[in-house]
Design a protein around this ligand. Structure first.
Ligand code: WT7
Length: 623
């Protein structure tokens, strides 16, 4: 791709300057070595992420600055200075080291939203090792899959987490996930309530029994820029989630740049990103981006509407939050509760509001702007993905003057070159919907799929040769603004969380009584999309309520309660294309009560007639 290489060099100066802002142990001389699809950013530089996020502040002027204010649903609160964060990171790092963790290892972290979880992430990377944070809403089966895939020897967890006043026994879930694990040798447990979990002698250790004194020091290991910082699993179009690998120097540079350019984070910022650490937003927008910038942050353990729907606004008032970042799904929920809950609080400290995870529709955007931002704060709608590391399309500070458009993520960040193309890879004119691709490498891009470089190539770099395929639909309006239009592949977005239809289907067909299944997303006012399952029972079987419950339970057990299906329908047949592809769009139309309508965007060879007859057959086939 000769054209690409030319464009890349145009951006090299930009990224060289951005890269230089990091505290390298060994400065880089090369900006980019690009061997599609793998980019080595700052490849000959050496750095350590824990040092860049913690030591630079704790050993400098921000020593006594608050890094984190933490609160839970009950109103318990804590604050950690950068020095305290530094001490905790060192203590945990020392423990991990004694349990043999070293560069090349992957440590699995399955923890609630507590400050020790952040310290653990940083403690792992301090040793040059790699972490995999698993969202604590995932089931033991999902956790087991991730532990097995990464061959982790050490798992870090807590006895329990708290959500909506309920105790979630995380350690029990870990125990179930590792009963016959061939790799796990050590489980470190943060004990929050005495005696609340069982411990296996020799394998399980409480933090408080194994950590050393406060002043223990573990030297951060300088690693090459491309050393894997973390693996984060995300859903795609197959039954198996992919372990997205991010590197160190490029990723850190990108996260730092993106947060500066959009939210304008600086020393005065009091910043609250509400994402869980288990998602990419928690990685880039709670840990690696903001910590490099030395800001003060809020961490909340619990659910947004508990114990009352004003809880979050109360916290914004209490801590005088200046930058707030959340998801449309939560905003829709708050809209329902009514503005009284907001108006009780003084939100005048807010300066900028962010949104992420799915399209923010104009109505929600306006509510966010008027009710939360009181018309003062720009809305930063950030489009990005686990794979991209940080924001790709979002309003930047120098564009604040420019009018924002409710529902549009506006324009790409500096150095990012998106394009919208048709099925043949030809750019479409403004006003036409197409596939969103990225034409040149950027420092935040993923290094690949853990243990499967072929899969990385095939999923992201083969549909449109030479370009990164995002899997999203988009359109530009006549002024060039980007409008994201949802997934173009078979991936659902349930309350901002990505779930592959194939992943759900493989769980359902594993049930003895089920022969075939199709998972679809249907419109849901709160979650954006809700999961609905169509299943064909085995021949001769009369499906009833019991089997429905079994399907629901199975999805919850294998993936997690956050993907609980809204409905399960048993059918005799599923509509398919001639090539055997399930036509989920028709199923969706049936559930939503819509006509099939326009079929011109169908990507397969199915004829119109086929579409119509499948649709009618399906309607007739619902038992
Ligand atoms: C998918 C990525 C990026 C962190 C959270 C989700 C959708 C994300 C937006 C947005 C429209 C969005 C896309 C994307 N998405 N942000 N601002 N507007 N859609 O990360 O789980 O990797 O999911 O979320 O469909 O491909 P993820």
């Amino acid at each position: 791709m000769i054209a690409n290489i030319k464009q890349v060099s145009m951006y090299e100066n930009l990224w060289r300057e951005q890269g230089k802002k990091l505290p390298w142990f060994k400065p880089f001389t090369r900006v980019l070595d690009w061997q599609e699809p793998v980019a080595a950013w700052f490849g000959d530089g050496e750095i350590n992420a824990s040092y860049a996020c913690v030591d630079v502040h704790a050993l400098g002027e921000r020593k006594n600055k608050i890094a984190f204010y933490w609160e839970d649903e009950k109103g318990n609160s804590l604050s950690w200075t950068y020095l305290k964060l530094y001490q905790e990171v060192n203590r945990i790092s020392d423990v991990l080291k004694r349990f043999g963790v070293k560069q090349g290892d992957v440590v699995v972290i399955y923890m609630p939203m507590v400050l020790e979880a952040i310290a653990t992430m940083l403690a792992v990377v301090r040793l040059g090792a790699t972490h995999t944070v698993v969202f604590s809403g995932f089931s033991s089966q999902a956790l087991k899959d991730r532990i097995d895939d990464t061959k982790a020897r050490v798992v870090v967890t807590a006895d329990m987490g708290l959500r909506r006043g309920k105790v979630i026994k995380l350690k029990d879930i870990v125990d179930a996930a590792i009963v016959d694990s061939p790799t796990v040798q050590t489980v470190l447990v943060l004990e929050r309530t005495q005696g609340s979990c069982t411990m296996k002698a020799g394998r399980d250790h409480f933090f408080h029994d194994v950590v050393s004194r406060e002043d223990v020091y573990v030297a951060p290991l300088p690693v090459v820029s491309t050393n894997p910082l973390f693996v984060l699993y995300t859903s795609g179009t197959t039954g198996q989630p992919k372990g997205i690998v991010h590197g160190t120097g490029g990723y850190l540079t990108y996260a730092r740049s993106a947060l500066t350019w959009t939210f304008g984070l600086n020393d005065e910022s009091i910043y609250w990103c509400t994402a869980d650490l288990g998602w990419i937003t928690g990685h880039s927008c709670v840990v690696y981006g903001p910590l490099q910038l030395g800001v003060s942050q809020i961490i909340y353990e619990g659910s947004p509407d508990f114990p009352h729907p004003g809880r979050w606004w109360e916290l914004i008032e209490k801590y005088k939050v200046t930058a707030f970042y959340t998801s449309p799904t939560v905003l829709r929920m708050f809209m329902r509760f009514g503005i009284e809950w907001v108006q009780r609080h003084n939100l005048s400290s807010l300066q900028v509001l962010g949104s992420v995870g799915e399209v923010i529709n104009p109505q929600v955007w306006k509510w966010y702007h008027e009710v939360i931002g009181q018309g003062r704060c720009p809305i930063v709608d950030t489009w990005w993905q686990t794979e991209t590391g940080c924001f790709m399309i979002a309003p930047t500070l120098d564009r604040e003057e420019m009018s924002l458009k409710p529902g549009s993520a506006t324009f790409p960040l500096p150095g990012i070159e998106p394009e919208i193309v048709d099925v043949h890879g030809k750019p479409v004119p403004f006003g036409t919907k197409g596939f969103l691709v990225i034409k040149t490498p950027w420092p935040g891009m993923s290094l690949g799929v853990f243990g499967d470089s072929e899969r990385f190539k095939q999923v992201y770099w083969s549909k449109f040769p030479g370009w990164y395929y995002t899997g999203d639909y988009a359109m530009r309006d006549k002024e060039g603004y980007f409008w994201l239009l949802g997934r173009a592949d078979e991936v659902l977005n349930i309350a901002g969380h990505r779930i592959g239809t194939a992943e759900v289907e493989s769980v359902v067909v594993a049930i003895d009584e089920i022969a075939e299944a199709a998972a679809i997303g249907v419109f849901d006012e709160l979650k954006g999309e809700a999961l609905v399952i169509f299943a064909i029972p085995r021949q001769g079987l009369q499906p009833g309520e019991e089997l429905k419950i079994k399907v629901v339970q199975s999805v919850r057990e294998h993936i997690g309660a956050f993907v609980t299906p809204r409905g399960v329908y048993f059918v005799e047949k599923l509509p398919k294309t001639r090539s055997g592809k399930i036509m989920r769009r028709l199923l969706k139309a049936v559930v939503e009560g819509n006509q099939v309508g326009d079929v011109s965007t169908l990507e397969d060879e199915a004829s119109m007639d086929e579409v119509r007859s499948s649709f009618n057959e399906l309607k007739a086939a619902i038992l």
